[in-house]
Each structure stands twice: as C-alpha cells, then as structure tokens.
Write a protein that binds this ligand. Structure first.
Ligand code: ZN
Length: 242
C-alpha cells in the first residue's frame, strides 16, 4: 500500500491543495495533526481532511482549539491565531477535531503528532528526545510532526543511533533499521528555511519512505492572512520558511 503522509497544515489551503494534488495517486492518506492554527482557512482544511476520510491524530493546536489544553505554552502570535480560529471555526468541524485520537496505527507504522511519551506537546529533534518514543514503539516506524522540520532518527540493528535532516527527494529504506522515527515536515508552515510545502510517501510493501517538497502560492495565503488580521510575523515567516 502506498501512503501519503501529511502534517501541520495549519489552515493553509493553498499548500494543502498542491500537496493533495501531488498525492493523487497514493492508496491512502494519513494526517499527523495541526490541521488548524496560524493560517486563514481552518474550516476549508478540516473539511478537506474529513471529505477524504483521512485518519488523523490530534495536534497541539487542535488541543488548544477544543479547550483540551490551555495556551500557556503558546507564544503571543500562536495564541492570537488560535483565538481567531476559535471564533471562525464551524461547530461540526470543532466536533470533528474533538474526536481525534492521540495515536493511530497503520500497516507497519504508528503515528502521533509530537511523541509517544507526550503525544501533543513533546518535540523530537534529537536522539535524546527520541529515546522514550523508541521504547514505546510497537511498530518499526513512527511518523511524527509538530516541529515542522523534516528529519529521521533511527535505531540501527547494531544498537547505535543515527539521524539527520531530510530534504526534497531524500529516501529512507526503513528495513535497514531496527526502528525509525520520521518527521515529514509541515504542509502549511515549514521551518527548515525551505518555504515549500513538505510531505512524505511511504510504500508499505517495499518499506521505502521518501520526503518531498512542492511550491505553492505563498503570496495568496499571505494576502488572506492580512485581510483577516492574523499576526504579521506569521505572515512573513511563510515566505522564508523560518
Ligand atoms: Zn504545528
């Protein structure tokens, strides 16, 4: 089965549409959370995920949006954006977000927004961060989002660890490792200095993962964000991917 794996859409419909177009030939799409927050089209993005019946886990922005957690750990821009999202989101979309699970399993992999130790809050950006999740993994692969930076961290068959950033076109033959954690990057707000939307493709038959980047109309999203009064810093960062 060929999977398309997306994460951190953040209300960015232009980026989501381009990514879904690139993934039109996969067998199944899955989403690692943060459909909303930051961007100007939360309803449209949630509706698209719902229409496509995409299995999806809960992200930290959804958790704040539905009142499951408070926004204490959000910076002022993230807080302003989620408060705006709470004002505009339709009740049925909010109900959908409220029912999202923390963790899901598919053929040969599991998925969570942040980490298996702390599903919606913890970032995995180093081998040290990854250790508790490796311990909890029940499948050989765990896909994560949350940091908006595509990377992999693997436990090798000899017991050592290896990892690194993933750029456009990079592949990982997951079978080479005992266990591997892969961050597929963000569709709607990349932070690795590459402003292109990020997503992954995983073939459960060959166990090959590949990371992909695609350009989208950033200017159009920025204009929409300006029109609804979202914070300037959030508008600016889309163009730089920082
Ligand atoms: Zn996010």
């Amino acid at each position: 089965m060929l999977y398309g794996i997306i994460s951190d859409i953040h209300g960015n419909l232009e980026a989501l549409d381009v990514v879904l177009n690139k993934l039109s030939r996969v067998d199944k799409l899955v989403c690692l959370g943060d459909i909303v927050g930051y961007g100007p089209n939360p309803n449209e993005c949630v509706e698209k995920i719902r229409e496509l019946k995409m299995p999806c886990v809960l992200g930290n922005h959804e958790a704040v949006g539905i009142g499951k957690t408070d926004s204490t750990w959000f910076n002022s821009n993230a807080r302003a954006a989620i408060q705006w999202t709470q004002r505009v989101i339709f009740q049925d979309n909010l109900d959908y977000l409220r029912d999202l699970p923390l963790r899901l399993e598919e053929d040969g992999f599991e998925m969570v927004h942040g980490s298996l130790r702390n599903p919606i809050e913890e970032y995995i950006t180093s081998i040290a961060d990854a250790l508790p999740t490796f311990k909890k993994m029940v499948k050989p692969i765990c896909f994560v989002g949350h940091s908006h930076i595509p990377l992999y961290i693997a436990l090798k068959k000899d017991g050592n660890y290896v990892g690194g950033d993933l750029s456009d076109g990079e592949e990982i033959l997951t079978d080479e490792y005992e266990k591997v954690i892969i961050n597929v990057g963000a569709v709607g707000q990349p932070r690795d200095k590459d402003p292109r939307a990020s997503f992954g493709i995983y073939d459960s038959k060959t166990r090959l993962f590949s990371l992909h980047r695609v350009v989208y109309n950033i200017d159009q999203v920025q204009q929409k964000m300006k029109a609804v009064g979202l914070p300037q810093r959030l508008i600016d960062r889309l163009a730089t991917g920082k």
